[in-house]
Design a protein around this ligand. Structure first.
Ligand code: FAD
Ligand code: NAD
Length: 464
């Protein structure tokens, strides 16, 4: 049995763990990272990246199909469009391969030792790993738990056969004719829309009264409109009961009573739960917040020298939050004075159109006692949106009425995900409406709507 010791041991090489290890390596810390699967974790292998690849392919195919369907305003005509999903998935797998080997290369460059295998805790500072070459014991002064999350399963619809999670949905090589999606959240709407754009007949079953409850009604309205335009059936206030006797349909119960929804596949996307079982973590008896590991503003758990980052620590379960925590923890381990002081964690829903939100919505700002000024500028008055033939949506700014300090920025519209960094930067740097209004925004771009929203909040928008 091989035994190694290190200063820092990171369990899990997802965006949280690998960023933590790279930064620690850069800072000269003797670091080991253990990964049971591929470097890059959920995000790079079965999450963010593969889903965005599929969404892009679906969007491209949909554009080609609409051009082959008849006359269009741009005057472009293509012959009948078709899609070979197995080729699309192979292309997606190629991107995943490039990125995962890129992460392994970055870890090596930072002189981080990678151990391939599943770690099992013996105590807070010691793990055993079953590797291809036998068992390894790793002892460390400091441990970072970055084990991520797994999809939640419904007791009445266990994964297997027709019932799939996002992982299987991202590797289907044949397009399902009928796809039922249980859960109208991030994954359900991103992937449900992608499959509908590729030609599947999609039904979304959502237990709550509304889709994407994280975002306010104004932001989700254009998304709902497009779901309807694409022929996606949305059943809200509806619960999945189980499979029909033949197994070829999902039985649901909603305001209209019970009904059977025939399906080639049923994608269950009702949230994710932290990966805290099966690796001896249970025996460490760390404090929890609900099912998640409890952390403080330095990502310290209740055990000295044991940190936790990323999805295992709770919402928002987003890759960029995990990365920011990982970078911070590496610096803390190196002795730097750091604490979680971020003003916002932007969130994007890659639906059609996209939604982006940073900081507080108008209602959140009011409920925190702020008197607010709001400026909303529609893409219908933005030249670039017109040239892209997609004028749906708007940019909205929420600012303190007394000081004009920006509290929140939101947008819905085609390609607005790329506005997220200016939104976060404005909030992180404590910008006022005047700062955004005085910044020259290049023309013609959708970002001009941000400048105009700030001007509008001050009462003098120029282009509306
Ligand atoms: P993970 O990425 O889950 O990585 C954890 C790693 O730990 C895994 O590689 C796992 O194999 C390893 N591991 C676990 N236990 C052990 C053990 N005992 N021993 C060794 N290794 C272990 N977020 C966004 O910000 N933007 C998006 O667009 C986005 N899209 C998504 C789409 C889908 C379909 C899904 C499922 C998720 C998406 N997410 C997105 C969420 C994002 O993937 C996660 O927030 C992010 O991956 C969390 O990073 P993490 O490092 O905490 O954990
Ligand atoms: P989610 O929390 O976004 O949505 C789950 C939805 O399922 C909710 O609307 C919920 O009301 C509904 N639901 C719960 N139980 C149900 C039931 N029994 N029947 C029908 N509906 C039910 O979860 P998700 O879509 O599985 O995504 C998981 C996490 O992954 C997200 O919370 C997010 O953190 C991350 N993610 C992020 C992105 C992104 O950043 N663009 C994309 C995909 C996933």
């Amino acid at each position: 049995m091989k035994e190694i010791s290190c200063k820092l041991l990171v369990i899990g090489a997802g965006p949280g763990g690998y960023v933590c290890a790279i930064r620690a390596g850069q800072l000269g810390i003797d670091t080991v990272i253990v990964e049971a699967g591929r470097p890059g974790g959920t995000c790079l292998t079965i999450g963010c990246i593969p889903s965005k690849a599929l969404i892009h392919a679906a969007e491209t195919f949909d554009a080609a199909r609409s051009m082959s369907a008849g006359e269009n305003a741009l005057g472009i005509r293509v012959e009948a469009a078709s899609i070979d999903l197995s080729k699309t998935v192979a292309w997606k797998d190629g991107i995943v391969g490039r990125l995962t080997s890129g992460v392994a290369g970055l870890l090596q460059k930072a002189r981080v030792k990678i151990v391939h295998g599943r770690a099992r805790f013996r105590d807070g500072k010691t793990v055993e790993v079953e590797t291809e070459t036998g068992q390894q014991i790793i002892r460390a002064e400091t441990v970072v738990i970055a084990t991520g999350s797994d999809p939640v399963e419904l007791a009445a619809l266990p994964f297997g056969g027709r019932v799939i999670s996002s992982t299987e949905a991202l590797s289907l090589t044949e397009l399902p004719k009928k796809l039922v999606v249980v859960g109208g959240g991030y994954i359900g709407l991103e992937l449900g829309t992608a499959f509908a754009r590729m030609g599947s007949q999609v039904t979304v079953v959502e237990a709550m009264a509304q889709l994407l409850p994280l975002y306010d009604a104004d932001l989700t309205k254009p998304v709902k409109r497009r779901l309807t335009e694409r022929g996606i059936t949305v059943l809200t206030d509806t619960k999945a009961i189980g499979l029909s006797e033949t197994g070829a349909a999902l039985i649901v119960e909603g305001p209209e009573g019970r009904q059977e929804l025939p399906a080639d596949h049923i994608l269950v996307a009702i949230g994710r739960r932290p990966r805290t079982t099966g690796s001896g973590l249970e025996d460490l008896d760390l404090d929890r917040t609900g099912p998640y590991l409890r952390i403080d503003d330095r990502c310290r758990t209740s055990m000295r020298g044991v940190y936790a980052i990323g999805d295992v620590t709770g919402e928002p379960m987003l890759a960029h939050r995990a990365m920011a925590q990982g970078e911070m923890v590496a610096e803390i381990v190196a002795g730097k004075k750091r604490a979680w002081d971020k003003r916002c964690i932007p969130a994007i829903c890659f639906t059609d159109p996209e939604i982006v939100s940073a900081g507080l919505s108008p209602d959140e700002a009011r409920s925190q006692g702020f008197d607010v000024k709001i400026g909303q500028f529609p893409f219908a008055a933005n030249g670039r949106a017109m040239t892209m033939k997609d004028e749906d949506g708007f940019v909205r700014v929420v600012a303190r009425a007394d000081t004009n300090v920006v509290l929140g920025l939101q947008a819905v519209g085609s390609g607005v995900s790329e506005l997220s960094s200016s939104f976060s930067m404005a909030i992180e740097m404590g910008a006022r409406l005047e700062d955004i209004a005085a910044t020259i925004h290049a023309h013609p771009t959708r970002s001009e709507a941000l400048q105009e929203a700030a001007l509008k909040a001050m009462g003098h928008a120029l282009h509306i």
